[in-house]
Design a protein around this ligand. Structure first.
Ligand code: ADP
Ligand code: MG
Length: 719
């Protein structure tokens, strides 16, 4: 039983009060087919909306099964509608992008039915309203009469005791109207059907009660057939939509409107690409090699890290194996002093200067890989003047301080070099030779003859000299007088060890006998003294105390340093050891860049946020429909949230696939590849998190907006 007692409703608009209903008294029962007529503006819809809980009233009292409703909250009304009422609207209120099946299914889903239970019920209803062959047709493709039959089927889905229809035939022709009314009549036996019409003739044959409205009042309340089943309206059993079905609807809504789908993918893609490229470029500029110089080191590459053992012992193979296993290390230079060697080549009118290239090379751009000891390769930028002209290829040079002839047999182009810098790749033998000749410069050496200390001598290894012997020049012999067979002590000191060896002065050389004694063409320097190779190594080459590792990428620097430090090594990164006078300016510049990036990203976030909100305005009718089907605010929000999260994730997966294609070089896009090199998995996850947060924020805001007004107001705004 549904009863109104002196119910009045007012509309407030622009400060004016309009009367919707005044002092309406009515009592409606199960089994009735109530027809409400009256001219336009007489209050028919208002009465219907109050009866069906879509709108509130101000005065009087409405009783549901005898229970007062004036204290009802929004939630109470929601429950009343869900438990008792189904609505049919003049303009159908279907979801146009859904099929007939999906539209009817929606009513079941909103009331917590399980997937398996729904299918047969929906098919039964489709048959009942005679739309079997349109089952999979989109609602937008149907005629008005067919649409209204879908709406009726949907209203019947939940088997509520009250069916309310506001001008259901208002926009139908007479044949379609008749069909709709027949169905409504058919179902009215165990229900309370209330319909509003302006054409009472077409319904008169079914009506059991006729109500005529005028100016918000009930002018006539005529019982045509006395039906009083004398039963309470029986509330149906409703549950909330299952989480599975919420996700299912999220998927359906994400993909079923192609234009909205593409727009959303484009927008999410815009956000992702923007965030990633901004972040990546920022990181990249941070990692780019910093300028600077060093008074101590020759090779000042930012990728270089110098290491030695904290216990001052020499490295062994085990150490090197562990070091080379560290992730991010490109290569290891065991003999660190090679890094400090600056190779000078003198040739006809050309003078070249560069560092040793200490990585292996497998191919050259021009010429060939060295095979012999005296063959070398030059590495540098393609735009380098000498390399560009190829004029160096097959030219012979002399290594200044070794007095050794070499020939350039290959050129290797590398974009990482600037136009002026070059490196030299040499064979192991030459490398070793350089090592022997340079090592002594890292030691404090004192020479003693007859207990007199002398600093200016220069010890050189020579294979003609026997172990334990030393050859000195006639000049030195003259200074100390009669040195032959006397003792010469060499004492060396470096940061890792001290060594002291005693030699027997075996020969005195001069210009005449130097070739015979030492196989040297002519005397170079009076201060040169010659010892055996083994002795030389015993003095200067007692093991490796200091090495350098080079990282693959500057971004690996920090990780490699911390891994090395864990191995009980002293670690010096060249990047941090350089002197850089522009540091202050560049760090200010970096802060400025960071601020600009953040502002850009935040602006972007809000722009896209508002675009998405505008796109979702067009979804108001959909969510209002859900609301009329008994969906709470919470349910609406979570369905929208699912949809947005699915769209965001879909776009995100697309983007990640694109990143993988670029990283694996299947797509060749150098610019982007260079940027994403600096973006870690952690950063990708943060971007995803931002998308999800956006989806959640939008859903909540949207939900609040949709539920701000009563159903009927929102509904009116959307049509
Ligand atoms: P009917 O359905 O019989 O045409 P309504 O119930 O829609 O009539 O309207 C009854 C009266 O209430 C009319 O005077 C109408 O102008 C007024 N009215 C209806 N809805 C609103 C509203 N949302 N705001 C202000 N006035 C309204
Ligand atoms: Mg109306």
């Amino acid at each position: 039983m549904l009863k109104l007692k002196n119910v009045s409703k007012y509309y407030y608009q622009d400060g004016v009060v309009a009367k919707g209903l005044s002092n309406v008294n009515l009592e409606l029962h199960l089994g009735e087919f109530v027809v409400i007529t009256g001219e336009s503006g007489s209050g028919k819809s208002t009465l219907l909306n109050v009866l069906s809980g879509l709108d509130t009233y101000e005065d009087g009292e409405m009783y549901i099964n005898g229970e007062e409703t004036s204290h009802y909250t929004e939630e109470d009304y929601l429950n009343y509608r869900r438990n008792y009422v189904s609505n049919i609207f003049q303009n159908f209120n279907l979801v146009n992008s859904y099929t007939v099946f999906e539209n009817i299914e929606l009513a079941f889903l909103m009331n917590g039915y399980k997937r398996s239970d729904i299918k047969d019920k929906v098919n039964d209803l489709i048959n009942k309203v005679g739309l079997k062959k349109y089952k999979n047709t989109h609602a937008s493709k149907l005629s008005g009469g067919e649409k209204q039959r879908v709406a009726i089927a949907r209203a019947l889905a939940n088997n509520t005791p009250i069916i309310v229809a506001d001008e259901p035939t208002g926009s139908l022709d007479s044949i379609a109207s008749q069909k709709v009314l027949d169905i409504l009549h058919d179902i009215s036996k165990e229900k309370l059907v209330i319909i509003v019409t302006h054409n009472k003739n077409e319904v008169l044959k079914y009506a059991t009660r006729l109500i005529k409205m005028h100016d918000g009042r009930v002018l006539e309340n005529k019982i045509i057939e006395n039906i009083n089943l004398d039963q309470n309206l029986k509330s149906i059993d409703v549950k909330d939509i299952t989480w599975f079905n919420k996700i299912k609807l999220g998927f359906r809504n994400a993909f079923n409107l192609p234009i909205k789908f593409l727009l959303m993918v484009a927008i999410f893609l815009l956000i992702i690409v923007n965030l990633i490229t901004n972040y990546g470029s920022f990181k990249k500029s941070e990692y780019e090699e910093v300028k600077g110089y060093s008074n101590i080191f020759n090779n000042i590459s930012d990728k270089r890290i110098i290491i030695n053992k904290k216990n001052k012992k020499s490295f062994d193979q085990n150490d090197y194996d562990k070091i080379t296993n560290i992730k991010g290390i490109d290569y290891l230079v065991i003999d660190d002093v090679l890094n400090e060697y600056n190779l000078n080549l003198e040739g006809d009118y050309i003078y070249l200067n560069g560092n040793l290239y200490l990585k292996e090379i497998n191919n050259v751009s021009k010429g060939k890989i060295p095979e012999n000891d005296n063959e070398i390769v030059i590495i540098g930028n393609k735009e380098n003047y000498y390399l560009k002209e190829n004029e160096l290829l097959n030219k012979e040079f002399i290594i200044s301080d070794l007095n050794q002839k070499v020939k350039i047999v290959g050129l290797l182009y590398d974009d990482n070099y600037n136009e002026y810098n070059i490196d030299f790749f040499v064979n192991d033998e030459l490398k070793n030779n350089i090592l022997l000749n340079t090592m002594k410069y890292y030691n404090n050496i004192t020479y003693q003859i007859n207990n007199v200390t002398y600093y200016d001598l220069n010890v050189i290894p020579n294979s003609n000299v026997n172990k334990g012997e030393v050859y000195i020049s006639e000049y030195v012999n003259n200074i100390f007088t009669n040195c032959l067979n006397k003792k010469l002590d060499i004492k060396i000191e470096n940061i890792y060890y001290n060594e002291n060896l005693s030699f027997n002065i075996k020969e005195i050389y001069d210009n005449n006998n130097i070739h015979k004694l030492l196989n040297i063409d002519e005397k170079e320097n009076d201060f040169n003294i010659y010892i055996n190779y083994e002795d030389y190594n015993n003095l200067f080459n007692k093991g490796n105390y200091q090495s350098s590792v080079f990282v693959k990428d500057i971004k690996d620097l920090e990780n490699v340093i911390s891994d090395l430090e864990k191995m009980d090594l002293n670690v010096l990164s060249l990047r941090n050891a350089k002197i850089d006078e522009t540091e202050m300016i560049s760090s200010l510049y970096n802060i400025f860049k960071l601020i600009v990036t953040i502002v850009l990203v935040v602006t972007m976030f809000f722009i896209t946020y508002f675009i998405i909100r505008i796109i979702y305005k067009s979804r108001n009718s959909y969510y209002t429909t859900l609301r009329t089907l008994g969906s709470s605010k919470k349910v609406c929000i979570s369905i929208l949230m699912n949809e947005l999260i699915i769209l965001a994730s879909f776009t995100y997966v697309l983007f990640i696939a694109f990143v993988i294609l670029i990283k694996t070089n299947i797509i060749n896009y150098e610019y982007f590849k260079n940027i994403i090199k600096y973006v870690y998995i952690k950063d990708y996850l943060i971007v995803y998190l931002i998308l999800i947060i956006m989806a959640i924020l939008i859903s909540f805001r949207y939900g609040r907006k949709i539920f701000k007004d009563s159903v009927i107001k929102t509904y009116k705004e959307t049509i």
